[in-house]
Design a protein around this ligand. Structure first.
Ligand code: AHR
Length: 501
């Protein structure tokens, strides 16, 4: 298939917020306990954090991380996780029907995030609790000292406040499964009052209000309109969540879900614009896509297990094994986020370790990178700067969820400081190579400095503790720059990161 691509230095979408490559981790399954924290593991440090997992996390250069939930947060008492560990209560986690030992709380997590070089983005419980507990948490976390909550923190050995700037106002409050689920107007009012209190405390705090749990919810997108009408002036972001699957084994339809996600983002952009106009508001609200990933391999089986089990402690849960097809999907979804980065400022891969995650860790054993680790890593490392408005002319296909889906998926980012242009490309065609002709306007003398690719794998191939790099990137071949054009062929069902300077 012939594919013409136009990259122009001055045709820009805008500046990408680094937090487009953020992550999410929840007190759930073996994400925290048995994931980042496993005292007694040969790789554990003196505080119980696994060094091997930490290194894999550091290599991703994650800018921000959302914590502690997820559904978990909607019945979480943050006070249970502070103070001497031996006095912390064991509680029932109602979201995942398991036991929470509270051995990791805000101070331990903050310590880990600091070691990982990641900024915290904290969620407050607006399900079983409300404004009062949220504002106490804020004071504990962010106030220097001289008040009850801040002095309590200091008495726990944390002299300096964390100064957390990003706060999520609950989680998936539209979902009937959520503890403390609310109607849109009811939640919108609570979110508004909480956001007002937080901004009154510190005007530079950014707040994220809950949008729909996904675009298939019966209340979507009316939920967004109603919620925003209650709180527009006091929020900075509205959250989007979406998980993806390919149960029917229809690869092209699976990839079409990226197109569908673009429509989802566009629709929420429309809701934001509508409410802004209706309220004659001056401020802008952006999208925080704070949960996204592939999640379907073990989903049904997990639901059955959760219902049947007897409140275990950190059980294995949602430990999806990602395959090569999932890596191609994640690469394409990240491309969509880059193309929509004028609206989507923050996006969090959900989650980070063990639970629907790019990193897996065996109890007492090794940690390894799943297939999806790589596209996420490359986007995070090389996808910072200016998103370019790349033109692509290539054959398209129709599928159940979308029409006119391009076989070649391309996003381009110009890192003006480093002088690089990076093209992220996925050839979705099942059996035809893409014969590329890329014009590079405004990048006189561009040279190809790096070409990484993931190709030639069986779509169902996975990595594992005994095959850690079965699906991993290698050096790409077959592309070259001549006369200001990048030309060459890329294989069917392959992913490429091409860096030019
Ligand atoms: O990430 C797993 C769960 O998915 C989260 O707890 C919840 O917010 C979403 O439904």
């Amino acid at each position: 298939m012939k594919a013409r691509v136009a990259v122009h230095r001055d045709f820009r979408i805008g500046s990408i917020d680094d937090r487009l490559y953020a992550a999410f981790i929840e007190h759930m399954g073996r994400a925290i306990y048995g994931g980042i924290y496993e005292p007694g593991h040969p790789q554990a440090d003196e505080n119980g954090f696994r060094r091997d997992v930490l290194q894999l996390v550091r290599d991703l250069k994650i800018p921000a991380i959302r914590y502690p939930g997820g559904n978990f947060v909607s019945a979480y008492n943050w006070e249970d996780g502070i103070g001497p560990k031996d006095r912390r209560p064991v509680r029932l986690d109602l979201a995942w029907r398991s036991k929470e030992t509270n051995q990791v709380g805000i101070n331990e997590f903050a310590q880990w995030a600091d070691m990982a070089g990641i900024e915290m983005m904290l969620a407050v419980n607006l399900g079983s609790r409300g404004l009062e507990e949220a504002r106490n948490f804020l004071e504990y976390v962010n106030f220097p000292g001289g008040t009850a909550w801040s002095d309590l923190r200091r008495s726990h050995g944390v002299e300096n406040p964390y100064d957390v700037k990003m706060w999520c106002l609950g989680n998936e409050m539209d979902g009937p499964w959520q503890i403390g689920h609310k109607k849109a107007v009811e939640y919108g009012r609570l979110a508004n009052e909480t956001a007002k209190a937080f901004k009154g405390f510190d005007a530079s705090i950014e707040t994220v209000v809950c949008g729909s749990s996904n675009d298939g919810m019966p209340t979507y997108p009316e939920w967004e309109r109603q919620v925003l009408e209650e709180c527009y002036e006091n929020v900075d972001y509205i959250s989007l969540h979406k998980y993806f699957g390919n149960k029917s084994g229809d690869t092209l339809n699976f990839f079409g879900k990226i197109e569908e996600t673009g429509r989802y983002i566009q629709a929420i952009g429309g809701a934001i614009d509508y409410v802004k106009a209706k309220k004659r508001a001056k401020n802008d609200v952006y999208i925080c896509f704070d949960e996204w990933n592939v999640w379907y391999h073990d989903r049904d089986e997990d639901s059955r297990r959760i219902k049947a089990w007897d409140w275990p402690e950190s059980p294995a849960l949602l430990e999806e094994s990602y395959n090569f097809e999932d890596a191609l999907f994640v690469a394409g979804l990240l491309n969509e986020f880059i193309r929509r980065s004028d609206r989507v400022r923050i996006a969090c891969i959900a989650q980070l370790v063990n639970v629907i995650a790019p990193i897996r860790a065996e109890k007492g054993g090794p940690a390894w990178r799943q297939t999806i680790y790589y596209p996420y890593q490359f986007a995070s490392l090389y996808g910072r700067g200016i998103a370019l408005n790349v033109g692509v002319d290539c054959p398209t296909y129709d599928c159940r969820v979308a029409d006119d889906v391009k076989y070649l998926d391309v996003a381009g980012v110009h890192d003006a400081d480093g002088g690089f242009v990076t093209l992220f490309m996925v050839n979705r065609h099942p059996d035809e190579a893409a014969d590329l002709d890329v014009s590079l306007t405004g990048f006189a003398g561009a040279r190809l400095v790096e070409h990484l690719s993931m190709e030639g794998h069986d779509l169902r191939a996975t990595n594992g503790p005994d095959a850690q790099d079965r699906v991993a990137p290698g050096r790409g071949a077959g592309l070259g720059v001549e006369d200001g054009r990048l030309r060459g062929g890329i294989a069917p069902l392959s992913y490429h990161v091409v860096r030019l300077d």
